[in-house]
Design a protein around this ligand. Structure first.
Ligand SMILES: C[S@@+](CC[C@H](N)C(=O)[O-])C[C@H]1O[C@@H](n2cnc3c(N)ncnc32)[C@H](O)[C@@H]1O
Length: 241
């Protein structure tokens, strides 16, 4: 995928997001527990994010009749996360539309940020997370020729982006067992499958936070933190068809 690719473009810009594109983003998703994926394709990005215990509240795609631009509300979400169509005549209205609804992370080619047409959108862009070169076609031995990045847009933000370039810093290639701490979003290797926090400090911090918002409910002694949390299960997105 990208302007320097010699392959013919797929209809609808259908390029499922590889997992390697999601790993560098996870540490930046602190405080995000629920999300919408309005250009979900076959659900690849939803699956990657849910493997880090984020909960998808809405997923739709034009291919199943759900035009992302036709909806002004995706449910109770902390953020919109998607890899949108690459075509600029679709991408630009989507940025404007999504950033008004919720803070929005979009996977876009890095070169886009340097174009004249991107200029009006950049004041509302708060963060750019640079990615390693991505393999868009599963099983292919080649990576794409363009650099990509996650861009965070928020209609309330005005000051332009902070650039995060951790390429080659070793945080990008964790194993399949890697999980994200529910408290600090740091990537770590859990000892147990059910583990949700990277450290005792994060577990206690989350526990205290939970007590402060549910002060009328006293948890039973020895109850595991968040044992009733529905996000603990597998993929749960209700709308994707
Ligand atoms: C690059 S693919 C990415 C798919 C998915 N977001 C992922 O990350 O795996 C872009 C997707 O946007 C969808 N799309 C294009 N225009 C759309 C629209 N107006 N509303 C919703 N989805 C749209 C395409 O059908 C395609 O599945």
């Amino acid at each position: 995928m990208g302007k320097r690719s010699s392959f013919e473009r797929r209809p609808g810009d259908f390029y499922p997001t590889p997992r390697s594109a999601v790993l560098p983003l996870i540490p930046h998703l602190r405080g995000i527990h629920t999300f919408a994926e309005p250009c979900a394709g076959d659900g690849a990005l939803v699956r990657h994010l849910e493997s880090f215990r984020l909960r998808c509240v809405y997923a739709g795609d034009i291919r199943s009749g759900q035009d992302a631009l036709a909806l002004d509300w995706y449910g109770m979400i902390d953020a919109i996360l998607t890899n949108p169509p690459h075509r600029r005549d679709l991408l630009h209205p989507m940025i404007t539309h999504f950033q008004r609804i919720a803070p929005t992370w979009l996977l876009i080619d890095y070169d886009w940020s340097a174009t004249k047409q991107a200029a009006p959108y950049m004041p509302h862009c708060s963060d750019i997370v640079i990615l390693p070169r991505l393999k868009w076609i599963e099983g292919s031995k080649d990576t794409g020729k363009d650099n990509h990045a996650w861009y965070r847009f928020d209609a309330r933000h005005r000051g332009g982006p902070v650039l995060h370039n951790n390429r080659g810093q070793g945080a990008v290639n964790p194993s399949r067992r890697t999980s994200a701490c529910e408290q600090c979003r740091r990537l770590y290797e859990p000892q147990r499958l059910s583990s949700r926090f990277c450290s005792q400090a994060c577990r206690q911090h989350a526990y205290r936070k939970r007590l402060s918002v549910t002060s009328s409910v006293t948890p039973a002694p020895n109850t595991p933190i968040g044992s009733s949390d529905p996000s603990g299960g597998g993929p749960s997105c209700p709308v994707l068809r």
